[in-house]
Ligand binder design. Structure first.
Ligand SMILES: *Cc1c(COP(=O)(O)O)cnc(C)c1O
Length: 252
C-alpha cells in the first residue's frame, strides 16, 4: 500500500477528514446507532486526492459523472494496491451502464426499471469480457453490483429519484436481476426545505422496503450540509464532498 504523501494538501485533507469523521461519530453516538460508512465524494478533484485520502484510510469514494469517474478509477488503480470501492452517486444514463460496471461496486442512483435492466445486461457483458480476458475485471466481475433505489423526497424539486410508492417494485426488479443486489435506498434532501422531515420520510420508505426485502437495509443520506440530520434518522452511508475536499468550482 502506498503511504500518503506528506505534503500541504495531504495535511489539509487529513484535518478536514478528521473533522468530518468526528461529526459522523458524534452524530451516531447521539443517535445511539452504528457509525455509518463515510463515502468521500471526490468529483472535480484529481486522482491524486483520492490517493491521498486512501493513504488516510478512506476506502469508499463517490463520483457523479461516468467520464470523470472512469478515468480517475483507472489512474487510482495504477497507484494503489487495494483500490477503494467506487460509489456512483449521480444521475446515470442507461448508455453509460457498460462503463460504470467496469469500476463501480455501488450505484446509489437507480431510479427506473430501464436502468435496472441496462445495469443487469452490462454486468453480464462485463463478466463475459473479463472471463475472456478482453476487459480487466472490475469488482462486479466477482461480486454483485450493489444498487440503491434513489427516492425523490419532493416531487416538485425534480432532483431525480423514484416515487416513494415505486421503491419496493424497483428494488424487487434489482434483486431479480442476475448480477445485481438490492442494497437499499438513497436520497438527496430537497433544496430549500428542512432536511430532517425529508430524511424521516426516507426512513419510512426504507422500513417499508425492508419488510419486503430484509437485506435491503442501506440508507444513503446526508451530505456536507446535513449529515447530522441524516445520521440522526438512520443513515448507514453518508456522502460527503466539499467538507472533506474543499469547495468545488461553480457548475456552469
Ligand atoms: C456532490 C454530491 C454529494 C456531496 O455533496 P457535498 O455537499 O459536497 O458534501 C453527495 N451526494 C451526491 C449525489 C452528490 O452529487
Amino acid at each position: 500500500m502506498s503511504a500518503a504523501p506528506d505534503d500541504a494538501r495531504t495535511r489539509e485533507l487529513a484535518a478536514a477528514l478528521e473533522r468530518v469523521r468526528r461529526r459522523v461519530r458524534t452524530a451516531a453516538a447521539a443517535a445511539g446507532t452504528a457509525e455509518p460508512v463515510l463515502v468521500a465524494v471526490t468529483k472535480f478533484f484529481p486522482a491524486a486526492d483520492v490517493v491521498r485520502l486512501h493513504g488516510l484510510g478512506v476506502r469508499d469514494v463517490g463520483e457523479n459523472r461516468d467520464q470523470e469517474a472512469a478515468a480517475k478509477a483507472r489512474e487510482v488503480r495504477a497507484l494503489v494496491e487495494d483500490p477503494p470501492a467506487w460509489h456512483f452517486v449521480g444521475q446515470l444514463q442507461s448508455n453509460k451502464a457498460r462503463s460504470v460496471v467496469r469500476y463501480a461496486s455501488w450505484v446509489h442512483s437507480v431510479d427506473r426499471a430501464s436502468l435496472v435492466d441496462a445495469l443487469g445486461r452490462a454486468v453480464a457483458r462485463h463478466r463475459e469480457a473479463a472471463a475472456a480476458g478482453e476487459q480487466e475485471p472490475g469488482p462486479c466481475a466477482t461480486a454483485d453490483l450493489v444498487c440503491l433505489v434513489q427516492v425523490s423526497l419532493d416531487a416538485e424539486e425534480h432532483r431525480g429519484g423514484a416515487r416513494p410508492e415505486d421503491v419496493v417494485e424497483l428494488a424487487r426488479r434489482i434483486e431479480d436481476t442476475e448480477g445485481l443486489r438490492a442494497g437499499g435506498v438513497m436520497a438527496v434532501a430537497p433544496l430549500g426545505a428542512e432536511p430532517g422531515p425529508a430524511f424521516d420520510r426516507l426512513r419510512e420508505v426504507s422500513q417499508r422496503l425492508q419488510e419486503a426485502l430484509p437485506g435491503a437495509s442501506a440508507v444513503s443520506a446526508g451530505m456536507s450540509q446535513d449529515l447530522e440530520e441524516a445520521v440522526a434518522r438512520g443513515a448507514t452511508h453518508v456522502r460527503v464532498g466539499s467538507d472533506i475536499l474543499g469547495p468545488r468550482p461553480p457548475v456552469g
